[in-house]
Design a protein around this ligand. Sequence first.
Ligand SMILES: [Zn+2]
Length: 95
Amino acid sequence: MMLLQLDALMTALLIALFLLLLTTLLPWLISVTSSKSKVVKEELVELVGCPKCGYESSRKYEKGDYVGKVVGTCPKDSNSLIVKAIYVEKHTYAQ
Ligand SMILES: [Zn+2]
């Protein structure tokens, strides 16, 4: 009788351990499988804007560009367009 109770306790412990392992491994497993099916593309883009009227537009970063550089003229009021920010944009594609 004693032995049978111990056996049941061991089984319960094993099940609990298995469930614990499963809950800790599951998020990791999901992240591994989902990251494999996606392609991440990083692109350097810059935000250009007109300081006078507030016109803003984003475009691909061009070599040599920096924040504050005059890159053209505003389509609204012909004032100078300047680079306001340069940042990396991440695009994820599902395979
Ligand atoms: Zn403008």
